[in-house]
Structures are given as C-alpha cells and as structure tokens.
Design a protein around this ligand. Structure first.
Ligand SMILES: [Zn+2]
Length: 287
C-alpha cells in the first residue's frame, strides 16, 4: 500500500535525518529502488516528473505498476508515490490516478497566485490523506525544460506558504537541478537557517541532490532538511554501467542481448547509488 509522506517526514525532521526521493523512469528503476529500501529498512519516496509520467504512458499506469510491485515484492517499508514538480493540472490528474503524494510547483507564478492555487490543493489533499509539497523561490537548473539559476527563497514567503497547511516545503537555497557547474557557490545555509526559523517543524525539501558535497548534505539535514531529491545521480550510474556492458562486448556474448541481462548492470548500479544516498541521509533502519 502506498502511504502519504507526512508521517515519514515528520519522523525524519524530528530524528534529524532525511528521506530520499528517488525519481523513477520505468520498471527497472522502480524495482531497484524498492528492493534497496526494503533491504535497508528505509522509508522511501518514488518521484515521478510529468515527463516521466508521460513516458510511462500516463499516471494511471505508473500508479498501478508501483502499487502492484509493492505488493508482489512484499515491500513492508513505507513507500510514497509522489508527483515531482507538478503543474496544477498534473497535480489533479495524479490525485485522481492514486498517487499518495503531490508536489505542486507554483514557484513560477506570482506569490499571490502560487498561494491561491496551493490553498485549493491543500484542501483536496487533506481530504484524501495525500501529502503536498509546495515550492517557493524557483530551484535553478533544468526542471523538465524550464531553466532557472540557483535562487534563494524569501523566508517570509516560505512562512506564508508553510502556513497554508502544506506537508513539506521546497525552498531554493542556491541548489540547482542536474550537474553542478564548476563555479557553483554552494548552498546558502544562512537562507536555510532563516527559513527554518520561520517555518518551525515544517519538513524542508532539498532538490537537486546530485553532486552536493556530503558535508553540505549533512549540514542541510541538521538545519531542517528532511527530504532530499535524487534523480540525475541514478541516471548517471545507470548510463555508466550500461555503457561498460556494451563496451566490454557483453551484449555480443551468448544471450547477452536479452534485455534482462543488458539492463541488469544498470539496475544494480541504481541500487548501489540508492544505498549510498540512504546511508548518507541517515534513513537506514528508520522504517
Ligand atoms: Zn526539483
């Protein structure tokens, strides 16, 4: 059964660790992440971008696949199925399709409109027991084609949105999506500290977890980050392992062309990446 992310994140914030959101793209991704979470007894959030949802033929397909897989694999740790950077329409479609958690990214709207739309979704999610993530201050890098630069959110705006009754809050603190550029200035802990001071117990979300140095991740967790999104890193691990398999000519040996063999090294690489992150975030053994 899929669960809201509320309880796992409340516990994480109180226990000073973070739960990883790992984005999925297909069956192999989902299976690798679920098996690793179960093995490590860690709660987990499966992220689905609108692009990935389309790729998998729609939110209903994703929801059905994930729910069935949780059951068939005998997964006992809490699993939330979460829409990543959802539009207003996408959020409604995912609620309808059976997702247990939603991110509404209204960061590109003026703050008043972001608030109005977030409020409406808070009411719907509350009624259905679904967790809701809001975003204040756009997070740099590329979000499904939308490019921004590492902004810092206004702590007062964060407080305004947190007070609407959202479950968790993503705020820009200089983080960006994708690979970090050479000249990146690092996370703004001053901003994070100010946001936590204003928002209290609200679990904060760190997007763009790929390539942030470990000490910065740990410091961010100590300052109230309870959910960290990882996407690109699993993609890079999958790509590297798959490239090696082909370059080593393994696909040409025996039945090496069998997709179950060809995709296996990539799937194992995702598992290793997820394990490394869960250990770093401190969520191992917390389920
Ligand atoms: Zn993001």
């Amino acid at each position: 059964m899929l669960v809201s992310a509320k309880e796992m994140l409340t516990k994480a914030k109180a226990g000073k660790y973070a739960v990883g959101q790992f984005n999925i793209n297909n069956l192999e991704w989902t299976k690798s992440i679920l098996l690793t979470a179960e093995e490590l007894k860690s709660p987990v959030i499966l992220g689905v971008s609108e692009g990935a949802g389309k790729y998998m033929t729609g939110y209903k397909t994703v929801s059905a696949m994930v729910s069935a897989m949780v059951e068939e694999l005998g997964i006992t740790v809490p699993v939330a199925l979460h829409l990543d950077h959802g539009s207003y329409e996408g959020a409604k479609a995912c609620i309808e399709a059976g997702f247990s958690s939603i991110m509404f990214d209204g960061s590109h709207y003026p703050i008043d409109e972001n608030i109005a739309k977030t409020k409406e979704l808070v009411a719907i999610c509350e009624e259905k027991g679904i967790s809701l993530e809001a975003e204040v201050g756009s997070i740099g890098g590329e979000e499904d084609g939308v490019v921004g630069k590492g902004e810092c959110a206004d702590p007062d705006e964060c407080k305004m949105v947190a007070d609407l009754g959202v479950t968790m809050l993503a705020a820009g603190i200089g983080n960006i999506h994708g690979k970090y550029p050479e000249n990146w200035e690092g996370l703004s802990f001053e901003t994070l500290d100010a946001i936590q001071a204003k928002t209290g117990d609200m679990p904060l979300v760190l997007h763009g977890g790929t390539g942030i140095p470990e000490d910065m991740i740990k410091k961010a967790i100590s300052l109230g980050v309870a959910k960290i999104n990882v996407n690109t890193e699993c993609q890079l691990a999958f790509q590297e392992a798959t490239r090696k398999y082909i370059e080593d000519g393994k696909d040409l040996e025996g039945k090496g062309f069998d997709p179950r063999k060809l995709l296996a090294p990539g799937a194992e690489a995702i598992k290793a990446t997820v394990k490394e992150k869960m250990e770093l975030f401190g969520s191992v053994g917390k389920a």
